[in-house]
Design a binder for this molecule. Structure first.
Ligand code: SAM
Length: 471
């Protein structure tokens, strides 16, 4: 077997199974050493991040006082690095054709009851207009893997279509993409198509379990899947998004794997993951989730979010509508920086009156985007439709450097205010608009007078041009 090598681009080296086991053993031992835990808590306050072993030792520690310190530090770091803005996006399912056999996903090839659907470009335009009418500016494209129905040319054509749609006062400003692991050449094409983040969930870092969960199809190749981010970066994609599907394997193993992966990207390419998503397994057609024995309880889920915030302070954390509004409310305090809102997981779900019977999984937060915007403000978060980093070359290493030096909030807060104003003027219900105008005044007043004037000036230009003047 290959030896562990953090800087190698081979999964058998940077995600070496023996090394994961060894790290877990160390972390478990250290989790019981109260002096060590105390030191790590002190280190966490330094805001420089934690190593995978340090973070996992905290995760495995059972002391309630330690947990409450972790939650407290996460809240502080969240505020200091990102301020109180929360970025909003929506998933857009283009096609559910899939030739893989993921045993947890209803798109699996053997599911003959799932109606298959691939949207035409005309249908995509209708879906995107429906999303724009809600107020969305940032989308995440979702597709099953199928070289015949969903070749890269289809993905590229769809991205082009989406960026080209001009509807009322809006355009989609950032298209992120979640497609199966592919070649460097295809990643180059996605880069040239100007996508935002390339997102790919690892599902599980445990190789043996991964192979059982993906018995056939191209996704069954653990190494090819795990090395995807290395290829994406080599293809020019600077922002990559990691994630595991919690519930498939032991959570401590997944947490260790996730942080080892982040560490590998950071040390090898000088920029860690742009985002980490924390999906949990959900009920879905033909999927009996009670047969998966690793369900992640809410309290540990929230501790994991807090520990991710502390361990990789420079990485955006994403929570989807797989979670209830109650869990999302708590998660936002602990470090989440991006959420989806008003989501549908079906192909064609936004523009059709009755949702098509092809949803990928059940959603637990069914509120409209307007309700989500209202709720965020009620909880003192600025709903943000900002896509400025992407347009201003603050990506990859540049973004990380700004984030590490705590400079990013200087852009995030004013841009969140500008885009919230854009939302209120063009898309909000009267109730949300009324709340929003008062909320914006309060948020503006927190800034220094020069910044306030600058923002007010940009808002008046924005009103005339219908275009946000980002910082
Ligand atoms: N085809 C791409 C791939 O293979 O990575 C995109 C897959 S899918 C559209 C996006 C994600 O949905 C998957 O990576 C998986 O983690 C998640 N997913 C699949 N089944 C799920 C379920 N039952 N509950 C929650 N999430 C699920």
């Amino acid at each position: 077997m290959d030896k562990y090598d953090l800087l190698s681009d081979k999964a058998s080296c940077f995600m070496n199974p023996n090394q994961i086991d060894e790290n877990l053993e160390k972390a478990l031992k250290l989790s019981k050493d109260s002096l060590y835990i105390k030191d790590i808590i002190t280190k966490a306050y330094d805001k420089k991040g934690l190593s995978p072993i340090e973070a996992t030792a905290l995760l495995l520690n059972q002391d309630e006082n330690v947990t409450s310190s972790i939650l407290d530090i996460a809240q502080k770091l969240k505020q200091e690095f990102y301020g109180n803005r929360i970025v909003l996006f929506a998933p857009l399912y283009l096609s559910n054709y899939c030739i893989n056999s993921c045993t947890y996903c209803p798109y699996h090839i053997d599911n003959k009851t799932m109606p298959r659907k691939k949207m035409s470009q005309e249908e995509i335009i209708k879906e995107v207009i429906a999303l724009q009418d809600m107020g969305h500016k940032r989308l995440a494209l979702e597709l099953g893997e199928d070289p015949v129905h969903n070749p890269i040319e289809y993905v590229l054509e769809s991205i082009d279509t989406i960026y080209g749609i001009r509807h009322k006062s809006g355009v989609i400003r950032r298209v992120n993409v979640n497609i199966a692991a592919t070649t460097i050449e295809n990643y180059k094409k996605l880069h040239d198509a100007k996508i935002g983040t390339y997102i790919l969930f690892q599902e599980t870092y445990n190789k043996k379990n991964y192979e059982q969960l993906h018995p056939k199809g191209p996704k069954s190749d653990y190494a090819y899947h795990t090395e995807a981010m290395d290829r994406a970066i080599k293809g020019g994609l600077e922002d990559v998004g990691l994630g595991v599907l919690f519930g498939l394997h032991n959570y401590a193993y997944e947490f260790m794997g996730l942080l080892m992966h982040a560490d590998h990207l950071e040390k090898t390419y000088k920029a860690g993951p742009h985002t980490i998503s924390v999906p949990r397994l959900k009920p879905a057609s033909t999927i009996d989730i009670s047969s998966f024995k690793n369900a992640l309880p809410d309290d540990i889920f929230l501790k994991i979010i807090a520990l991710l915030r502390i361990s990789v302070p420079y990485t955006g954390l994403i929570i989807s509508t797989r979670e209830t509004s109650q869990i999302r409310t708590k998660a936002l305090e602990l470090g989440i920086s991006q959420i989806s809102g008003g989501s549908k997981t079906s192909v064609g779900g936004y523009s059709s009156k009755i949702e098509p019977d092809n949803a990928q999984f059940e959603i637990s937060d069914n509120r409209t985007l307007d309700e989500i915007v209202y709720w965020l403000m009620e909880n003192n978060h600025i709903p943000s439709f900002c896509t400025s980093c992407y347009g201003n070359n603050r990506q990859g290493v540049e973004f990380m450097d700004l984030c590490k030096s705590q400079q990013i909030a200087k852009f995030c807060t004013p841009n969140a205010i500008l885009t919230l104003k854009e939302y209120l003027d063009n898309y909000a219900s009267p109730k949300t608009k009324q709340k929003g105008e008062a909320f914006l005044k309060k948020e503006l007043a927190k800034l220094n007078i020069i910044k306030q004037k600058e923002i007010e000036n940009r808002i008046s230009i924005q009103k005339n041009t219908n275009e946000v003047k980002f910082f």
